[in-house]
Design a protein around this ligand. Structure first.
Ligand SMILES: O=P(O)(O)OC[C@@H](O)[C@@H](O)c1c[nH]c2ccccc12
Length: 261
């Protein structure tokens, strides 16, 4: 079993358990359900930098990235840096995140927030909304076309935006549908952790222009972004490069200043 299959198998068990502890009807009562969501796609289209900065404590590929920061400080730092949006990892077992991280980030900022999670069930989309997200991630590698359709339509009904993540042609071709807002190309293969920006360059021309194109993972320099822009990418999802420093907000700020020059 590859690591992705293992994560998803664990996730299915986790979701069943959570459904029995906190029924969907209870999530529906969250005050967040009535919150006006923010558009990440709009921010990316009008931005000169296109940075989506991630809160990520650890990952299965790198183990510990940074365990000594608090999520509110990171959120405020990213906001001050002028990022377009923030991605918050909520998986606990493999990434050291939680839904509380999302809620604390929500309480600290008014920028669009993405729930970064392995979503396999509509229940997790209700959770995303109830804990203050504006956008959800769907990963084509772990979903069928009909699952992508059901999950993305559920998100739209809750006024959440959808970022669909692909890593190859087959995943891209099976996934295109109008209920998606943004198409992300993950430069990291989630099955073996190999990273290459070429993945983004290869897939870019196959993504129709109605979707905002986002390049994800392994972006470590301003040069990398300048290289990706001509392929039509307007969003750049960066985690480790910021989170490995003592002050992720400041690192993001330097990056953005370099891009806007
Ligand atoms: O830390 P990086 O290499 O900048 O990558 C960020 C983000 O793209 C990565 O965390 C990610 C992309 N897709 C995912 C799906 C699940 C978990 C994590 C991810």
């Amino acid at each position: 079993m590859n690591i992705l299959d293992k994560i998803v198998a664990d996730k299915r068990r986790e979701v069943e358990l959570k459904k029995s502890l906190i029924p969907a009807s209870q999530l529906m009562q969250s005050v967040m359900m009535d919150r006006e969501t923010l558009s990440l796609a709009k921010q990316l289209r009008k931005s000169r930098s296109g940075i989506i900065a991630e809160h990520k404590r650890r990952s299965p590929s790198k183990s510990i990235i940074n365990n000594s920061l608090n999520v509110e400080d990171v959120t405020e730092g990213y906001e001050q840096a002028g990022v377009c949006g923030m991605s918050v990892l909520t998986d606990g077992k493999y990434f050291g995140g939680s839904l509380d991280d999302l809620l604390l980030a929500r309480a600290s900022t008014n920028i669009p927030l993405l729930r970064k999670e392995f979503i396999i069930d509509e229940y997790q989309i209700l959770e995303a909304k109830a804990y203050g997200a504006d956008v959800i991630l769907l990963i084509a590698a772990v979903l069928s076309r009909s699952e992508i359709k059901i999950l993305s339509e559920t998100a739209k009904a809750l006024r959440l935006e959808v970022l669909l993540e692909v890593h190859n042609d087959t995943e891209l071709e099976k996934s295109l549908m109008p209920s998606l807002d943004m198409l992300g190309v993950n430069n990291r293969n989630l099955k073996n952790f190999e990273v290459s920006l070429e993945t983004s360059k290869l897939l870019a021309s196959k993504i129709p222009d109605d979707f905002v194109k986002v390049s994800e993972s392994g972006i470590g320099s301003i040069e990398a972004i300048k290289e990706l822009r001509p392929f039509g990418f307007q969003g750049f999802l960066i985690g480790e490069n910021f989170m490995k420093t003592d002050n992720p907000g400041l690192s993001a700020q330097k990056f953005i200043m370099g891009l806007e020059k």
